[in-house]
Write a protein that binds this ligand. Structure first.
Ligand code: SAM
Ligand code: F3S
Length: 438
């Protein structure tokens, strides 16, 4: 019998990637079909995020709904994976006894065994251990969906920023052997993938000590894989954004002109309290040198507003940094205290209203930058990789520029998904561009 699987994913691209792997791993052990309707499912999985309190609380409200479904369908399997699972472990089963399996980001490959054990023993199963890189040795060959793919190159994080739970939920940095990464990319390319995004919390901490290959070395090799025409990576950390990596943007044309480089704050006092390991000036120097190496590079970032003790002056320093760097886009968040992290114990005098006002000012400035950048691309010619039909109009196609802008266009005739085509940019909308084939 084919079982139906519903997965609800919260949080970052790592979680999106892990969810795709859950489908693959369950599909390799039994006939599985995915569904968008939780009511139809035989297995419901929540891939959770604990980076902010809101995301964490959302999981428990959604779990309540799954419990109602289980009341109607007693054989329904409910699983909780991801960072909340990793942090809470057994406590999830205590709080929600109808949950059948709890697994962490590093044990998702054990999902079929955990579900079987649940069925055999009648008891909920919890496995949130960190068996290092074992996960990848047990994953089936990657499935290809379209001309782009994500490839995880490093798991976990060893930076211990004072506000962040990730090092505790995903474990410390462990790189995959470069030969495994390259083999996976070659297999993807053989199946028609033209663009890969190398994935990790801090991809530029990647190291294959055995083969003496650092992150830049890996990029060089990935660019050599036949069939791969464009290479992206996310997320990188300013602390390890080496001169060698910057210089790679001048000599590796397949590297996309886009870098997501979280800065968090423009105040050195706050950056030190966050334990980020760089100053605002050092960050700006990276951006300046990167633009010298690759003039059309677009930079996006992450910001935390209202970190404990952030004064108006600190916030102004962040706004100045935004003006200096001209970010193409950004994710920005109000600081959310996370249990078990050092910053959670710091005194915090700034009111919630003030934090929200700062967030809105910051977002307005980024939106303004983003609009200006979009408008500056009008009239230019851009090469896009066609990813599929346009979201709003399936008669049209959607492609992405090297600097990560989505471009929708009416095809002339011969363009197909997976092709790189040259477009003239005719109009800039708030979050996308319109183009026409040349
Ligand atoms: N590896 C990335 C880096 O170099 O900073 C960040 C990964 S983190 C999961 C993604 C983003 O979530 C961070 O860049 C930060 O802006 C935000 N974040 C993390 N902890 C947070 C907290 N306690 N409150 C608000 N935002 C937070
Ligand atoms: Fe979190 Fe800092 Fe690592 S934001 S994921 S501890 S680089």
């Amino acid at each position: 019998m084919t079982r139906k699987l519903y997965i609800r994913t919260f949080g970052c691209q790592m979680n999106e990637y892990d969810s795709a792997k859950m489908v693959d791993i369950l599909g390799a052990s039994e006939p599985i079909e995915t569904t968008e309707q939780p009511e139809d499912a035989d297995i419901i999985l929540f891939n959770t995020c604990s980076v902010r309190e809101k995301a964490q609380e959302k999981v428990f409200s959604d779990l309540g709904r799954a419990r109602d479904l289980k009341a109607i369908k007693p054989n329904l399997i409910i699983g909780v994976g991801g960072c909340v699972a990793s942090q809470e472990g057994e406590a999830i089963v205590r709080r929600a006894p109808y949950v059948d399996v709890v697994f962490g980001p590093q044990t998702l490959h054990r999902l079929p065994d955990l579900i079987n054990a649940r069925q055999d023993t009648g008891r909920p199963q919890v496995d949130i251990s960190f068996p290092e890189i074992e996960k990848f040795d047990h994953l089936p060959a990657p499935r290809v969906e379209g001309p782009t793919a994500f490839v995880s190159i490093i798991e976990g994080c060893s930076k211990y920023c004072s506000f962040c739970v990730v090092p505790y939920t995903r474990g410390t940095e462990v790189s995959r052997p470069s030969i495994d990464v390259l083999t996976e990319i070659a297999e993807l390319a053989q199946q028609g993938v033209r663009e890969v995004t190398l994935l990790g919390q801090n991809v530029n901490a990647f190291i294959d000590a055995h083969a003496s290959i650092d992150f830049t070395g890996l990029l060089e090799l990935v660019c050599e894989v036949p069939g791969i025409e464009r290479v992206r990576f996310t997320t990188s950390h300013p602390k390890e954004f080496s001169a060698r990596l910057i210089e790679a943007f001048a000599r590796l044309p397949k590297l996309a002109s886009y870098v997501h480089l979280p800065v968090q704050s423009g105040s050195d006092r706050i950056l030190a309290a966050m334990k980020r390991g760089y100053t605002a000036l050092e960050y700006k120097s990276i951006i300046r040198r990167l633009r010298a190496a690759r003039p059309d590079v677009a930079i996006s970032s992450d910001f935390i507003v209202g970190f404990p003790g952030e004064t108006e002056e600190d916030f102004e320093a962040t706004m100045r940094l935004i003006d200096d760097c001209g970010f193409e886009s950004a994710y920005s968040f109000i600081y959310s205290p996370r249990p078990g992290t050092p910053a959670a114990d710091l005194p915090d005098a700034v009111s919630a209203e003030e934090k929200l006002a700062r967030l809105q000012r910051l977002q307005a400035r980024i939106d303004q930058n983003s609009r200006q950048l979009g408008e500056s691309m009008q009239g230019s010619e851009q090469i896009v990789l066609i990813e599929g039909p346009a979201r709003k109009n399936p008669q049209e196609l959607m492609g992405r520029t090297s600097n990560n802008w989505v471009v929708n266009f009416a095809p002339s005739s011969q363009e197909a998904v997976g092709d790189f085509v040259q477009l003239r940019i005719e109009a800039a909308l708030p979050h996308s561009l319109r183009g026409a084939p040349l």
